[in-house]
Design a protein around this ligand. Sequence first.
Ligand code: ZN
Length: 353
Amino acid sequence: MSTNRLKERLDQGPVICAEGFLFEIERRGYMASGEFVPMVSLDHPEVLENLHREFQHAGSDIVEAFTYNGHREKMRVIGKEELLEPLNRSALKIAKKVALDTPKGSKPNLMAGNISNSNIWKHNDKESQKVVESMFSEMIGWAVEEGADMLIGETFYYAEEAFKALEVMKKSGLPTVLTISPMGENKMRDGKSVVDTCKELEQLGADVVGLNCFRGPATMFPFLKEIREAVKCHVGALPIPYRTSKDYPTFFNLPDRSNCECPSPHGRTFPTALDPHFCNRYEIGKFAKDAYTLGINYLGVCCGANPMLIREVAESIGLKVPASKYRENMENHFMYGKNKRIPKHMTEYGDKA
Ligand SMILES: [Zn+2]
């Protein structure tokens, strides 16, 4: 009898999945922005392993192998196709190692294999679609061989590419998560509506459907509400932690704030100058709580995520995680604390500081 550990966990309550490795590894100095190839699993495996451990410490239940963009086409772009399989296997092995080493008191983690937007999928073009299918198949094959407990297909902005990804993932027999990422047109690039795409993904057998990446809480939440009402299966919600808006639904075209005196050299805030738009932790906590209240049990944060935000997601829905030991404690702050030992002349100075 095969069991669906992901679905069992989701039926019982929330499951948290940290994503956003691309931005975080770049911020840490181990990846070129713009190019965005996850060479880190080969170049600095210890850095990737540690990031997984930090997310796990912050409450992630899933260790997602960092193979995002680690597909054959991207490796061709950078002229390193021969490293495709070693990169994938290394990322999967690191994720498996961390997943099997869950901290005391936490539920056992699940290791997830990952495929994503190929960027060569073309509407009504059988040839490009065949190439994409074989890219998905080889990556899923490696994930299965390296012991994935589940599979995540993510960041698809073509509905049909998402359907194809799910079809390939389903052949493995593993639990599946399929999250889509509509661009600023607020529909899939091949014309399907966001909700219809999710309904079809459910029909095709995904265990979890929903949204990840591109959109911050403000422009992702309205879709989530509609999706939650339209499907019976579990729903996933993994926004970017940036303040997107009705005028700028995704982070791709977010203009800088008017007080910016030093704009990015490439003419847009994405992806290296988004910092002024960053959501604070309370905004992310509120988003997670609101989504959970809607009945969305698969929660996380995508590009821009860090362990602090993952802890916030966990705590906002009432969970205690290893990193909760170090949650904020303003009580002992040198100016704003209420601890009896903080001298009065310091607490009184706080407003002038
Ligand atoms: Zn992302």
